[in-house]
Structure formats: C-alpha cells, structure tokens
Design a protein around this ligand. Structure first.
Ligand code: AMP
Length: 417
C-alpha cells in the first residue's frame, strides 16, 4: 500500500486519535454483534503495546435524527471494550470532558469520545429546503462546511497522530474520517483498513485469473457503476437476485411480477453488449424459483428464463446454481456482493447458499474469495462457512464504491509513504 500505516510511525509517548467503525447493532442498551469491535482490536492493542495512548472515536446509529439515546451512546461500547481489554477506558460525553481527559492522559491510557454523529457538522449533510433560494442554500452549505473544519480541527488537537481504521466509513468525507487529516501532522491506516484495501485492491487491480465477480441483491440501479467497472476487469460476471430480472427483460424475456426496473432496460442492454465486446462471460439465471406472492408460505414452481404472468422470481433455480457453481469453483479470484434471492425466507435461500458453498471451495483450491459486505456477509455467517472465505469485508458501502473504481476519501486523505 502506498499509504502510511501504524507500523510506519513511532508511537512511544504519542497520542493517537483513531477513527474506528464501532457502528454496532444495539438493542435496549445491549450490543447484539461485536464483530466490528473485535475487528479494531489489533490496531488498538498495537498502539497501547508500543507506548502510545489512544483517543477512540466512531459513529453508531443515527443520533443526528433523535439525539443521543441509550442505544446510540458510545458509553455502551466503552464499557464493552473495557471488559474485553481488561483495562479502564475513560468515556467522555462532550468537548469539555474530552479536553480535560485528554490533557491528563498518560502512556497506555484510552479515552473514548461520544458518538461523532452527535455533531451535525461531522457529516455536514445539507439538502436544499423547499422554498430556499439557491444563494441561501449555498451560503448555508458553506457555513456548515466551515463548522465541519472547526470540528475536525478540534479532534485533530487531541492527537499527535491520526489513524483511520474505519473502512466502513472510508467512502465518506466526514470530519472524523477525512477532514481531520488537514489539521494533524501524520495520518496512517490501521491494520483493518490496510487489510481491506490489500484484499479488495489486489482483487480488482491485480487479480489472479480467472477472475469471477458475483453480483446480486435487489436493484440494478444500486450497482450500475459496479457492473460497468467490473466488466473491464473480470473474466466472468455472474448476476443473480432481483437485479437479474431487469437484465432478463432487456433480453426479451417475460418477468411477470418480478422486481424489475424498466428505466434501466437500456442500460442493461448496453451492459450485455459491453460484456460481449470485452469477451466477458455474462451469466444470467437459466432457471428460477417463481412464487405466486412475496411470502414465506407462497406457492412455488421452477421455471426457465420466462416468469409466468402473476408470478415473481424470488431465487435462482437449481440448474443456475450448478452453472454458477462451476464457474466459481474454477476461479482463482472471486468477489461476491449481494444475495441470489430472498434468502431471508427458507423457500428462496437455496440459490444464495448454493453459491456460498461454491465460493467456500475457492480458497481450498488455491484461490482468493472476497465477500463484499452487507447481505452476502449475513448469508455467509448464516451458512457457517465464514472460516472458508479468504476475506469478509466489514464495509458494505465502502467495498461497493471500491468495486465501482472510486477513490475512497478516507483512504486518499492518509499520508503517503
Ligand atoms: P441489496 O441490499 O441490494 O444487496 O439487496 C438485498 C435484498 O435483496 C435482500 O433483502 C433480498 O431479500 C433481496 N432480494 C434478492 N433477490 C430478490 C428477488 N429476486 N426479488 C426481490 N428481492 C430480492
């Protein structure tokens, strides 16, 4: 990687302000899944073990909408992490408390700041209001950006070094993820960030071939740029999930009541043509599980590429699973983002789990398998095959933007080696 990492800096006696992704699911004050907390442990321990002290910050949930509640305060995570590390963590609820706690920090101390999105200037989101003139909107936006700089400066004042280990928010240019780097000497990647970039970056830019990408999920419109970019990189592009029906309709098939975006038909045709001209195998379902309603108890039938009137495709069929599995097993690099069907319902989970089983064989065959976040991660975890994957990304949105070929602001802002 061409960006500095924690291993490139002297940490002894230094205060490190670290952006982590502790956006964990919380219900009634209880953390329901600590994967993200565990993910940040290597960087946290490395700083402490090497004589640094640590100021941790993250967002969690949406406190910008409701204010801080018992489910969006970072105090929950501070207590949880403290138990995990067997070490006291000072939680600070506001800037005054943070100023005092940071000023009295000693080597090895950890301070945890309150939810970064408690401050609206963290994201500095700004939409034009009804009736607001362009001029007023522009002025309001500029003022908010100025406030964002003030917040970033404040956060930067707490540390000697900035470390970003929050891959999940690296696609956002927020005060704590990117703007802060303008006001602090050195900005480095944490270990989790480094690992994510190494896996995704190598897969896309220097793939060992054959390179197969699998895209699924509900909508084509969410993955337009991913399809377009990956077509120039892969040997085979596999499409499943709701998005497959827009492509099937573009090829002249009937899709019945399946999810279909008619405004994307021209784009879908273009992508099929682009695949042909680039010699990319573009695989679409050859059979489907059709249902008479969107329901776990629906009547179902296996159909070909045409979905009968009044029915909807909710999963890929068994022949398609076989076709996809063969392409996947022979690959040396596989990237998967998005389920093949409505895998949350048992009647429609065979496609996703069938593909999951094939992806799980890739590592054993000497290849690399990367799961690109979101629902595919949930499916992999549910299948119990997580251990068999080379890399499971922690950032759904960020990994998608990476696959689109976009630069991530949180990565770009780090110091070059
Ligand atoms: P996404 O967030 O775009 O990755 O979409 C994931 C969602 O797409 C999951 O909740 C799936 O249930 C849903 N999905 C997958 N296949 C279909 C389908 N054929 N029809 C409707 N929804 C689907």
């Amino acid at each position: 990687m061409d960006k500095k990492t924690l291993q490139d800096v002297e940490l002894k006696g230094k205060k490190v302000i670290m952006r982590v992704d502790f956006n964990v699911p919380v219900k009634e004050g209880v953390i329901k899944d600590d994967t993200r907390i565990k993910g940040a442990l290597p960087s946290i321990k490395y700083v402490i073990d090497n004589g640094g002290s640590l100021i941790l910050m993250s967002h969690m949930g949406r406190p910008d909408e409701k204010g801080i509640t018992s489910d969006t305060t970072m105090k929950i995570v501070a207590d949880y992490l403290s138990k995990m590390l067997g070490k006291e963590i000072t939680f600070v609820a506001d800037c005054a408390e943070a100023d005092a706690a940071v000023a009295s920090m000693k080597e090895g101390d950890i301070v945890m700041l309150e939810n970064t999105r408690y401050h609206k200037e963290e994201q500095a989101k700004c939409k034009q209001k009804d009736g607001e003139s362009d001029e007023d909107f522009k002025a309001r936006k500029a003022a908010l950006k100025d406030q964002q700089k003030v917040l970033a400066q404040k956060l930067a004042s707490y540390g000697d070094i900035y470390c970003n280990d929050a891959f999940g928010t690296a696609h956002r240019a927020h005060a704590s993820t990117a703007v802060i780097t303008k006001y602090i000497g050195t900005s480095v990647a944490g270990f989790l960030m480094e690992k994510e970039i190494a896996f995704l970056g190598n897969a896309v830019e220097k793939p060992v071939r054959p390179f197969v990408a699998i895209l699924g999920g509900a909508k084509v419109s969410d993955k337009l740029a991913v399809v377009n970019n990956l077509l120039t990189k892969v040997n085979t592009l596999i499409i499943g999930g709701g998005m497959a029906y827009t492509f099937l309709k573009a090829m002249g098939h009937n899709v019945g009541n399946s999810l279909c975006e008619d405004d994307q038909l021209t784009y879908a045709k273009e992508m099929i043509e682009k695949a042909k001209s680039l010699n990319v195998d573009f695989l679409l379902p050859v059979d489907n599980i059709a249902a008479d309603k969107f329901d776990a108890e629906a009547n179902t039938q296996i159909v070909g590429q045409d979905i009968p009137e009044g029915w909807m495709g909710l999963d890929i069929g068994p022949k398609t699973v076989e076709l996809y599995a063969n392409a996947i097993k022979n690959a040396k690099t596989v990237v998967w983002n998005g389920p093949m069907g409505c895998f949350e319902m048992e009647k429609f989970n065979k496609g996703t789990f069938g593909v999951c089983a094939a992806v799980a064989e890739v590592k054993g065959n000497g290849g690399i398998s990367i799961i690109g976040g979101g629902d595919s991660v949930a499916a992999v975890n549910k299948s119990g095959l997580a251990e068999k994957m080379s890399h499971i990304s922690t950032g759904g949105g960020a990994s998608l933007e990476f696959l689109e070929g976009k630069d991530l602001p949180g990565v770009v802002a780090l110091s070059d080696k």
